[in-house]
Design a protein. Structure first.
Length: 210
């Protein structure tokens, strides 16, 4: 089909979608010890594994292992286990450390969280950020999650879109207009009775435009 000169000019001027692509692997840089800060009596980072243990008596506030670097678009995958299925954890994305007097030196974080625990597995929750942003379907959580075992978990953040998968099942996959432009990534240890969460086989890649 022949195009008129005007139509051809419009076609050439039309915007072209720019794909997002992940780098091969940024894991080593992501997990280097000096990229992280948190309460040392709760968190350990060793040989690519992150463990949060709140002790027999637990803690009275949510606290986090926080990246010092801020991130924009990325893919993060890992295996995660809540020991004996007890407690709650999660991954903060594009978040920030709270700096109020009550939060000082506690590594309290606010922002969107890919949730881990109970019926909240795979939900996107706003920690100090307005509450639930997108709840997982209860039937899907029951079908997919292995409460006492390691679960495959992935989080992808690109633009305003967040995708959360557990054991290959998509739990959240949509855009959120209130998503911050960038921020830290952080692992959560939840207040309440003592709990232990383990993250292993962590893989991380920044997403860049090409």
């Amino acid at each position: 089909m022949r195009l008129s000169r005007l139509a051809l000019l419009f076609a050439l001027a039309a915007p072209v979608a720019v794909p997002t692509v992940a780098r091969a692997d940024d894991t080593a840089d992501f997990l280097k010890p000096d990229n992280w800060e948190g309460l040392k009596d709760i968190w350990t980072v060793k040989d690519g594994t992150i463990v949060g243990n709140t002790g027999k008596d637990g803690i009275k506030f949510n606290t986090f292992l926080c990246s010092k670097e801020k991130y924009t678009d990325f893919e993060l995958s890992f295996q995660v286990q809540l020991k004996n299925g007890v407690g709650n954890s999660g991954i903060q994305v594009r978040s920030k450390v709270e700096t109020g007097e009550k939060e000082k030196d506690k590594f309290v974080v606010g922002g969107p969280q890919a949730d881990i625990g109970q019926q909240y597995w795979g939900s996107l929750y706003g920690e100090r950020f307005g509450g639930m942003m997108k709840a997982s379907e209860a039937a899907t959580v029951k079908k997919v999650v292995k409460p006492n075992e390691f679960n495959d978990y992935s989080v992808r953040v690109a633009g305003k879109k967040v995708t959360i998968k557990i054991n290959g099942e998509t739990m959240v996959d949509q855009e959120f207009e209130k998503l911050p432009a960038d921020g830290i990534i952080a692992f959560q240890a939840h207040q309440g009775p003592g709990m232990e969460v383990t993250y292993k086989n962590i893989k991380f890649a920044k997403i860049a435009t090409k």
